[in-house]
Design a protein around this ligand. Sequence first.
Ligand code: KIV
Length: 275
Amino acid sequence: MPLRPADLASRKQAGLPISVLTAWDAISAAVVTEAGADAILVGDSLAMVVLGHSTTLPVTLDEMLHHCRAAARGMAAAAQAHQPLLICDLPFLSYQCSPDEAVAAAGRVLKETPAAAVKLEGAEPETLAVIDRLVRSGIPVMGHIGLTPQSVHQLGYRRQGNSTASQEALKRQALALEQVGCFAVVLEHIPSELAGELQQSLAIPVIGIGAGERCDGQVRVTADLLGLTSRQPPFSPPLIQGRALGAEALRGWIGGLCHPTAPATKPAAPAAPHC
Ligand code: KIV
């Protein structure tokens, strides 16, 4: 049985760290499940990581559903006793236009995939009204404030909460997200002291990325941790150089290939071990 949104709150209450990793297909979800993540986020970062877009804006709801179903299959196939909570991002413009459209979009996520929750960005009054409507419709929502990549054309990818005014605004937003019924909130690229303060003041779990260690949990883009991306965020260093390691291993395999018509007595060449 996969974890439920409420299980993340139980982990916070028990003082246990919460791990959230992104996945975008069956193989990444299986790896993340086998690693023991508490939750899998099918994040709209897949627009950049997997689909090659330069921002997260172009990815569509249909594409998110497609990737979420693939991730769910990989998660189930991993056949771990412990199945993570599956959360799917609502992509740009699938929820901003009206609460009705947001319910329709989030409803599709819950009806057409095994995801048990959605995540969306922001805490402006209109977004809070959307979240309120989703929560009242029985749809668990994870909030996301600080650096919000869907607002890249306004905020860039800069750290947020650098001034007292912006810190106060983030505190108000975090509290509002809790009050409107979010089961957890992602804090992206904000000062760690502010994240620590929010971790203390909120009852719901705060999940950080680029927000220091004083959070209830951490979320990372798995491709960043594995060193697979070409655009590594400065606040999310790789654990391994997966891209370089993979390319090197494949280069070795390619270098060892021989053509079947190659003469058996080919002059000894350094990279022709089986000819
Ligand atoms: O889309 C994503 O991967 C995210 C994480 C960075 C939190 O929103």
